[in-house]
Design a protein around this ligand. Structure first.
Ligand code: SF4
Length: 371
C-alpha cells in the first residue's frame, strides 16, 4: 500500500502517520544528488577498480569491523597470494591464515576459504544476494554488497556507516542497535534505490558515511543530501543515532606459558578450530585465575612438566565480547615439549594473531632471562 505522504518543506523527508514513529520515507531526489556527488568525490580504493566478484567479495569481508586504511595493504597482499577464487580454494588454511594474520576476526578468513572451496567444488558462483547468503560466513550486508556491485542486482547494502546515514536522513529517534530501525532504513532506501545503479548507490552511501556523515561531527555543511535530511533540518544530526546503553564488557583472566629453547626460540601451539584464534599459533594458554590453577592444564597442552621461572609478564587484549587479561609466566620444561613448535619470536613464520605477535616482538627485544 502506498504511503499517503506529506513532504516536510524543510527536510524533504516524507512522513506518514505520527512523527518519530519510524513510518517515514525518503525523497527520491536524494539518489540523484548522491550519485552526482559520488561521481566527483568517490574514494579511490583498489577494490573499486574491478567488478570481479571474487575481488569485491574479499574486500567486503575484510572491511567488516575493520577500517579502510588498515584493509588496503592486506587486500593487496592477499590478492597477490591468492589472485583467483580457484587459487584461494586450493590453498591450505594455514597459508590463508598467515596472509590474514593481523587483520583479526579470523573466522572471516576460515569462512572465506570454506566458501571458496564450495564455489569451486560445485562450479556455482552465486549472482544474487540470496545465493551469496547461503555461503558460510556471508551475512546480509556482504551478500547485498557483492550482488549489487559485481552483478548489478537492485538490492541495498546496509552496513554500520549506511545505517547511521539512513537513521539521520529519516530522523529516527529510537535507540540503536534495533532490528526495527534497520528494517525501516532498508525499506526507505529500497524505495529510492535507482534501478540499475545499486552498486554505485550503495558505495556512494558507504563513502558518505565514511567521509561526510561522520559518527561525531557530521559535516552537514558540505553534504550533498542535506536538503533531504531530517536530522539536519531538526538540528539533531550529531545526536543520532541514539545509542542503547551498552553492557560493560566482562573481563576474563588467562595464563600463558612462555617456554624457550636454548636458541631463544619460543614454543607456540596451534589453537583448535573452535577457539577464538582457531587455526592460529599462540603461546600455550588456558583460562585460569593464576599460574597455580593453570599449570596442570598447560602441562597437558605441551606434554611436559613445567617449572615457573621469574616474575610473570602481563598484557591485555579487547575481544568483541570480553576483555582478556593474560598473565605470561616464563616456564622451564623438564624435558623437550611433546607438543608445539619452537619459532623465533620476531619472525615466527607461522600465522600468529596480532596481539601475540606484538608480545613476541617485545620478547624478541628482551635478552633471554637465563639458560
Ligand atoms: Fe549526515 Fe548531515 Fe548529511 Fe544529514 S546532512 S546525511 S546528518 S552529513
Amino acid at each position: 500500500m502506498a504511503l499517503a505522504n506529506r513532504v516536510s518543506p524543510k527536510s524533504g523527508v516524507r512522513r506518514a502517520g505520527s512523527g518519530g514513529s519510524g513510518k517515514v520515507a525518503l525523497d527520491p531526489r536524494l539518489a540523484g544528488s548522491l550519485l552526482r556527488w559520488y561521481a566527483r568525490h568517490r574514494r579511490n580504493l583498489p577494490w573499486r577498480r574491478t567488478r570481479d566478484p571474487y575481488r569485491v567479495w574479499v574486500a567486503e569481508v575484510m572491511l567488516q569491523q575493520t577500517r579502510v586504511e588498515t584493509v588496503v595493504p592486506y587486500y593487496l597482499r592477499f590478492l597477490r597470494a591468492f589472485p583467483t577464487m580457484r587459487a584461494l580454494a586450493g590453498a591450505s588454511q594455514e597459508a590463508v591464515l598467515r596472509a590474514w594474520a593481523g587483520l583479526g576476526y579470523y573466522a572471516r578468513a576460515r569462512n572465506l576459504l570454506r566458501a571458496a572451496r564450495r564455489i569451486v567444488r560445485t562450479g556455482r558462483l552465486p549472482t544474487t544476494a540470496e545465493g551469496w547468503r547461503r555461503l558460510p560466513g556471508v551475512g546480509p550486508y556482504t551478500a547485498a554488497a557483492v550482488a549489487s556491485i559485481a552483478f548489478g542486482q537492485d538490492v541495498v547494502a546496509v552496513d554500520g556507516n549506511v545505517l547511521r546515514v539512513g537513521v539521520r536522513l529519516l530522523g529516527l529517534r529510537k535507540p540503536c542497535p534495533d532490528p526495527a530501525v534497520r528494517r525501516t532504513v532498508e525499506a526507505a532506501l529500497r524505495v529510492v534505490l535507482p534501478a540499475g545503479r545499486a552498486g554505485e548507490f550503495n558505495q556512494a552511501l558507504m563513502d558518505l558515511g565514511a567521509t561526510t556523515c561522520l559518527l561525531r561531527n557530521p559535516k552537514c555543511g558540505v553534504c550533498p543530501v542535506r536538503p533531504f535530511c531530517a536530522a539536519h533540518a531538526q538540528g539533531v544530526a550529531g545526536e543520532l543515532p541514539r545509542r542503547r546503553a551498552s553492557r560493560p564488557r566482562p573481563h576474563r583472566q588467562f595464563v600463558a606459558a612462555l617456554i624457550r629453547d636454548q636458541r631463544g626460540r619460543v614454543l607456540l601451539v596451534r589453537q583448535p578450530p573452535d577457539r577464538v584464534w582457531g587455526g592460529l599459533w599462540t603461546l600455550p594458554y588456558v583460562e585460569a585465575p593464576s599460574w597455580r590453577r593453570a599449570r596442570a592444564a598447560l602441562q597437558r597442552l605441551v606434554a611436559v612438566r613445567l617449572q615457573p621461572d621469574g616474575a610473570p609478564l602481563r598484557f591485555e587484549h579487547a575481544f568483541t565480547h570480553f576483555r582478556a587479561h593474560f598473565l605470561v609466566q616464563t616456564a622451564r620444561p623438564e624435558s623437550p615439549p611433546g607438543r608445539g613448535r619452537f619459532a623465533p619470536p620476531r619472525r615466527p613464520g607461522l600465522p600468529v594473531p596480532a596481539p601475540v605477535r606484538r608480545l613476541l616482538a617485545r620478547l624478541g627485544k628482551q635478552p633471554q632471562q637465563r639458560e
